[in-house]
Write a protein that binds this ligand. Structure first.
Ligand SMILES: Nc1ncnc2c1ncn2[C@@H]1O[C@H](COP(=O)(O)OP(=O)(O)O)[C@@H](O)[C@H]1O
Ligand SMILES: [Mg+2]
Length: 303
């Protein structure tokens, strides 16, 4: 097959691994910097080009869209979908995963456990919002934050109110803000399950190395191997499915009332290979091999 990996970081570990595995399995592989792609929108004739090459000739694309490039990246993926090019992750699934509020709504509907979450544009409602969450401390999150930036722990009602006000003031563009129950039982740790084609192919626990409540590796967290329970595995695959993602990094926390899903990442990093010794690149290429012929299936998430 002729496979394109859409990635701006050509030297990224994940990009290198996908390329290496696909080549070893006999495919032709091109790494395409999607930020340098351009699209032409014409009646019945959409095209995407990269350095003079028409991307419609590819049998499959593997999008690795960075969160700060979501709009441009998903527009390029969408244009290719319209030309009938098979993509492992659909543009709509990538876009919805980048909005934590939309994600929480979909996850709740699918029946997986999530932390109690409320949202409002009004900090005068703070009392009743906090009541719904069972009081402070609470987590306050920007719907479009990543890498732990935009996630704050407010210990008191006063702190929650002023954080909420500050977030809204600096967010004129209307980015939504979530208030969430603080999962105290496993603060500073979370679990990343790497899901491919409805199966967990690797999992690790991330632990913050200082007193930070956030365990993101980007914030200095450390990953260690962990074995998931059957319930956790089931929940991780259900969460990926609820988001319409066939390749996903599902983040969850262990709580007194069972596993709770925090978020579902559409372009999960491959650092988990180094932590666990598991190969996540091969299952992805195998998934592409099994599914590219079927072409794109309709997104059925409905929101
Ligand atoms: N409700 C919560 N209770 C306790 N810790 C949380 C909660 N939500 C997030 N965290 C911590 O903060 C980190 C970042 O939050 P997350 O929602 O994953 O945002 P990001 O997209 O920035 O990674 C998580 O990995 C977890 O360690
Ligand atoms: Mg996260």
């Amino acid at each position: 097959m002729k496979i394109a990996i859409l990635s701006n970081g050509t030297a990224n570990y994940s990009t290198k691994r996908l390329k290496e595995v696909a080549l070893a399995r006999g495919h032709e592989v091109h790494v395409i910097k999607y930020r340098d792609c351009y699209a032409s929108i014409e009646q019945n004739k959409p095209t995407v080009s990269y350095r003079g090459e028409d991307l419609a000739q590819f049998d499959a694309i593997i999008p690795r869209i960075a969160s700060h490039m979501t709009r441009y990246g998903t527009a390029i993926v969408r244009q290719l979908e319209m030309q009938g090019v098979y993509t492992v992750s659909s543009s709509i699934a990538i876009a919805r995963s980048r909005d934590k509020l939309r994600s929480m709504q979909l996850l709740a509907k699918s029946g997986v456990g999530i932390p109690k979450t409320v949202f409002s544009r009004n900090s005068t409602d703070i009392e009743s919002l906090l009541d719904k969450l069972g009081g402070t401390p609470v987590i306050i999150k920007l719907a479009r934050g990543t890498h732990g930036n935009g996630v704050v722990l407010a210990e008191t009602k006063k702190a929650a109110k002023s954080v909420l006000q500050a977030f809204y003031l600096s967010n004129e563009d209307g980015t939504n803000i979530l208030l969430q129950e603080f999962i105290e039982e496993s603060a500073g740790t979370d679990i990343r399950a790497f899901v491919v084609g409805g199966r967990v192919v690797a999992s690790m626990k991330r632990q913050s190395l200082d007193d930070d409540f956030r365990s993101n590796l980007h914030k200095g967290g450390e990953g260690v191997v962990i074995k998931l329970t059957d319930e956790e595995k089931k929940m991780a695959t259900k969460a990926a499915k609820a988001m319409g993602l066939h390749v996903a990094g599902v983040d969850m926390m262990r709580s007194a009332r069972g596993p709770l899903i925090l978020e579902v990442n559409a372009s999960p990093g491959f650092g988990i290979e180094k932590v666990t010794g598991r190969d996540v690149a091969t299952p992805i290429i195998e998934y592409v091999e099994r599914n590219a012929k079927r072409r794109n299936v309709k997104d059925r998430v409905g929101a």
